[in-house]
Write a protein that binds this ligand. Structure first.
Ligand code: NAD
Length: 397
C-alpha cells in the first residue's frame, strides 16, 4: 500500500454485517487517514460511526469531515467526547507516533478496543503501559502493519517452519526507501526526535523500516501466530545523509544482531530513506537452501525447482488483512496477528538499535549515497559488519 497521494475513494455502498464493529477514527487526513476511511467504508466488518481530528480547519481534514458527515458519521469535538460515547466499540488511532501511548491507554480505560497505526510506540515503556491498560480492560489491541499476514509471507513462513531449508544460519534484511528533503519539512514532527517535549523518534527505523523489521521477525519466529522473534543482541550505526535540518532521528541505519531463536541466526540489516529505488528484501540462508521474501516468497533448494509464494491480490488489499484480523479478534476473543504483546518486540528491537548507536547519528554527505548503494551495502553484506569495520572504510563511516 502506498500512502502518498491517496485520495478518498468514491463512496462505496457496502452492506455491513449486523455485528459490524462500531469504530471511530482519530486523525482523518495526513499521510494515512484517507487509507483508513477508504478501508472502513468498504469493509463489511466495520461501521464508521465517528471521526475526530485536532485540526478540522486543515483543508484535507475538512474534506474528510464533509465526506463523513454526508454519510451520517458523527464528528466529535474532542477525543474525550469520542471515548465517552457508548456507541463507539473501537477506536482507530491514525495520529503521529507520540500520541499512540496516551490515546491508546485512555481508550482502554474507557472500555474501547484499539487499532493503532505503526509504530506501536517508540519506547518499550510505552508499549508496556499500553499492554497493561489493555490487559486491565480485557479489550483487543492491534497495530496496523499491513504486510504481516500476506499469503506469500504466511506460506513461506510455514515452509521455513517445516524445515524446507534446514537450520537457519543467517538473515539479510534491506529496507530501502525514498524520501525527499521536502518530506522532512512537510509536518512539524517529521524526522524529529522529540516534539512538544514528547518522544516521537521519527527516523527511518520507526517510521518506514518498522514494517519490514516486523515482517522479518514474524517470518522467522518459530511460534504459532501471532508471534514475533526476539533479538539476543544488536550492534548498530546510524547516519544522516539528507541535509534536512529537522531530521534528527536518522535516515540510515546499519545493524548486526542475533535472533533469540533455537537456530540463533545472525542478522545483517540496512534500512534507509535515501534510496531512489524502493526495494525491500529479506534473504534467509539455511543449511539446505535459501529463502527470500520481497513482496513474494521464494524457496531455493539444491536440485529442486524454485518454489514461489504469491499473494492473492483480492486478499492483500491495502490494510484489509489487519482490519479483518482485528475484527476477528474482537468478536472471537483471540489475539490479532499484530497483537500488542508481540509487536512490542519490534519496538524493543529498534530501541536496542538506538541504544547501541548511543542515540547519535553521523552526518554523511548526500554525495556519498552514490557509493552507499553501488558499493557499501554490498560490502557490508559480504563482510557481515558495520560500515566502520569494512576494509577500506568509507570516510563518512
Ligand atoms: N501503515 C502505513 O503504511 C503508514 C503510512 C503512513 C503513516 N503511518 C502512521 O500513521 C500515523 C500518522 O502519520 P501521518 O503521516 O498520517 O501523520 P500526519 O501528521 O500527516 O497526519 C496525522 C493526522 O492526525 C491529525 N492529528 C494530529 N494530531 C492529532 C491529535 N492529537 N488528535 C487528533 N488528530 C490529530 C492530523 O490533523 C492529521 O489529520 C503515524 O504513526 C505514521 O507512522 C502509517
Amino acid at each position: 500500500m502506498t500512502t502518498r497521494n491517496v485520495a478518498l475513494e468514491a463512496n462505496a455502498i457496502v452492506p455491513k454485517r449486523p455485528d459490524a464493529i462500531r469504530i471511530a477514527q482519530i486523525g482523518l487526513a495526513g499521510g494515512i487517514g484517507y487509507c483508513h476511511i477508504n478501508e472502513v467504508e468498504k469493509n463489511p466488518h466495520f461501521q464508521l460511526v465517528g471521526g475526530y481530528d485536532l485540526y478540522p480547519q486543515d483543508r484535507r481534514v475538512a474534506d474528510a469531515i464533509a465526506r463523513l458527515l454526508k454519510s451520517g458519521t458523527k464528528i466529535y469535538r474532542s477525543y474525550e467526547e469520542v471515548l465517552a460515547d457508548p456507541a463507539v466499540d473501537a477506536v482507530d488511532i491514525c495520529t503521529p507516533h507520540h500520541f499512540h501511548r496516551p490515546m491508546t491507554v485512555a481508550a482502554f480505560q474507557a472500555g474501547k478496543h484499539v487499532l493503532v497505526e505503526k509504530p506501536m510506540a517508540t519506547h518499550p515503556d510505552d508499549c508496556a503501559a499500553m499492554i497493561a491498560a489493555q490487559r486491565a480492560s480485557g479489550k483487543v489491541g492491534a497495530v496496523q502493519m499491513q504486510h504481516v499476514g500476506r499469503k506469500s509471507m504466511l506460506e513461506l513462513r510455514a515452509a521455513l517452519q517445516s524445515g524446507a531449508i534446514g537450520r537457519i544460519k543467517e538473515v539479510f534484511l534491506s529496507s530501502l526507501w525514498w524520501r525527499t528533503e521536502e518530506y522532512y519539512g512537510r509536518i512539524p514532527w517529521a524526522g524529529r526526535m522529540k516534539i512538544d517535549g514528547d518522544w516521537c523518534v521519527d527516523g527511518a527505523l520507526y517510521n518506514q523500516c518498522v514494517h519490514y523489521v516486523n515482517q522479518m521477525l514474524t517470518l522467522l519466529s518459530p511460534g504459532a501466530l501471532p508471534s514475533v522473534a526476539r533479538v539476543k543482541n544488536v550492534q548498530a550505526a546510524m547516519y544522516k545523509f539528507h541535509d534536512a535540518p529537522t531530521l534528527e532521528a536518522g535516515d540510515t541505519a546499519f545493524i548486526r544482531g542475533t535472533l533469540d531463536t533455537a537456530d540463533a541466526p545472525t542478522i545483517t540489516f540496512v534500512g534507509t530513506t535515501c534510496s531512489t529505488e524502493e526495494r525491500h528484501q529479506i534473504d534467509i540462508v539455511g543449511e539446505k537452501g535459501r529463502a527470500l521474501w520481497n513482496g513474494a516468497g521464494y524457496l531455493f533448494c539444491d536440485g529442486q525447482p524454485v518454489t514461489e509464494f504469491r499473494d492473492d491480490r483480492k486478499e492483500f488489499d491495502g490494510c484489509s488483512l489487519i482490519f479483518n484480523s482485528f475484527a476477528d479478534a474482537v468478536r472471537k476473543g483471540f489475539a490479532p496477528i499484530t497483537a500488542f504483546s508481540e509487536i512490542q518486540a519490534v519496538t524493543r528491537f529498534i530501541n536496542d538499535c538506538y541504544d547501541s548507536a548511543g542515540w547519535t547519528f553521523k552526518k554523511a554527505p548526500w554525495s556519498a549515497t552514490e557509493t552507499l548503494f553501488s558499493d557499501v551495502i554490498q560490502r557490508v553484506r559480504q563482510h557481515r559488519c558495520l560500515p566502520a569495520d569494512l576494509p577500506s572504510r568509507p570516510d563518512w563511516a
